[in-house]
Design a protein around this ligand. Structure first.
Ligand code: XUL
Ligand code: CO
Length: 435
């Protein structure tokens, strides 16, 4: 037991009227929502990197956090793991997620880095024997070290491609060993700064090859979890290839991987791509790609990736509405890829940030379930498209009508369409009854 969270209680559900900051007001793991326990719906995960590895820097200033485990030794990596599992326990977190670089010190070479990772994975394994917290996903950090500055799979240097592939293998092994539910690939440096030095065609071929190797390796080792790509349009790279869900779908189709890989959709990345979060969720669901979510928002003024904890309940309601309509999570979950503000120095800030985020999601989930159970929104949507249920319309969709047939039909039936209201304000008012 470390003393990092000394004096802080285990967080319990006390209901909406509680004035205790250290309690859940809405997240009640055992409460049933649409026939499923809330904990099983939401499948919350703590992100190791933001909570335990991030030093509190910004582009104008360095470290603000002084954590006793900061440093590059294996002893400190073990201390970090001790504190992490203590926080998982305080929050009752069912899952966590990590990159290799979050959990182990970088070695002098590949072999040493891998040995360090394997030692920490064994340490995690021991802790997980007595902890309820499981691994939602593992991933490789292929963006922080200078060797990856020009990309990992999309690097002009095949040695970097090899190093990246070898690193992914070790991280897939680690994820598999810990019983991880998914494996994530986020291509922060897979893109370019300038077309003047970039061969787009080669780079996308390389990315396709790497992903095919990842899928082959998954099958080789019998990893049953999902492989997930996390789209993002830019930052750190000026133009990232996995721009958004639709772009990822095109990439997967091109390499014949659309039935092998799904997406991990992050709210902040959706915003950076000029979409709403719910747009990306609905798009993934309609393309059969919905996998998991990273639930961190951006500041709407800053225009960059601020990775803040969710606290806007109407936004969460619309997001979980799409999650529920997609059938909910199978292997996926709700990962807090969110960090404290750099002035939030205290251990209790770390706990309260997650408490607030978990409550905001739980309120959103309950509102979304109530909207679905009420049924008005879906009934109005179905009514809007009801014309397509007719026999003639279905023939059009089945490809049994040509443009010439449409012309004859319009002429003979005297079709002269009258626009109908989209009723947006009425629908927005309806949503506001539930949030
Ligand atoms: C970066 C980001 C990553 C991925 C995992 O914006 O979201 O933390 O979630 O590499
Ligand atoms: Co993320």
């Amino acid at each position: 037991m470390t003393d990092f969270f000394a004096g802080l209680p285990k967080i319990a559900y006390e209901g909406p009227d509680s004035t205790n900051d250290f309690s859940f007001r809405h997240y009640n793991p055992d409460e049933t929502v649409m026939g499923k326990r809330m904990e099983d719906h939401l499948r919350f995960a703590i992100a190791y990197w933001h909570s335990f590895a991030w030093p509190g820097g910004d582009p104008f200033g360095g470290q603000t956090f002084q954590r006793p485990w900061f440093g590059d030794t294996m002893d400190l990596a073990r201390l970090k793991a001790d504190v992490a599992f203590e926080m998982f326990d305080i929050l009752g977190a069912p899952f966590f997620c990590f990159h290799d670089a979050d959990v182990r010190p970088e070695g002098a070479d590949f072999a040493e880095s891998t040995r360090n990772l394997e030692e920490i994975v064994d340490y995690f394994g021991q802790k997980m024997e007595t902890s309820k917290t499981k691994l939602l996903w593992g991933t490789a950090n292929l963006f922080s070290h200078r060797r990856f500055m020009s990309g990992a799979a999309t690097n002009p240097d095949p040695d970097v491609f090899a190093y990246a592939g070898a690193t992914i293998k070790t991280c897939m092994d680690a994820t598999h060993k810990l019983g991880g539910a998914n494996y994530v690939l986020w291509g922060g440096r897979e893109g370019y700064e300038t077309l003047l030095n970039t061969d787009l065609s080669r780079e996308s071929e390389q990315a396709g090859r790497m992903l095919s190797m990842v899928v082959d390796y998954k099958h080789k080792i019998g990893f049953k979890g999902a492989i997930l790509i996390e789209p993002k349009p830019q930052e750190p790279t000026k133009h990232q290839y996995d721009y958004d869900v639709a772009t990822v779908y095109g990439f997967l189709k091109r390499f014949g991987l659309e039935n092998e890989v799904k997406v991990n959709i992050e709210q902040g990345h959706a915003i950076l791509a000029g979409h709403s979060f719910e747009h990306e969720l609905a798009m993934a669901s309609s393309l059969g790609l919905f996998g998991s979510i990273d639930i961190n928002r951006n500041d709407y003024q800053s225009g960059w990736d601020t990775d803040q904890f969710p606290n806007n309940v109407p936004e969460m309601a619309l997001a979980f509405y799409e999650v529920l309509k997609a059938g909910g999570f199978t292997t996926g979950g709700t990962n807090f890829d969110a960090k404290l503000r750099r002035q939030s120095l205290d251990p209790e800030d770390l706990i309260l940030a997650h408490v607030g985020g978990m409550d905001a999601c739980a309120r959103g989930l309950k509102a979304a379930a109530a909207m679905l159970e009420d049924g008005t929104l879906e009934a109005l949507r179905a009514e809007r498209y009801a014309g397509w249920d007719s026999d003639e319309s279905q023939k059009i969709l089945r490809g049994e009508r040509s443009l010439g047939d449409l012309e004859s039909h319009v002429r003979s039936a005297g079709i002269n369409p009258e626009p109908r209201s989209g009723r947006q304000e009425r629908l927005e008012n309806l949503v506001n009854r539930f949030v």
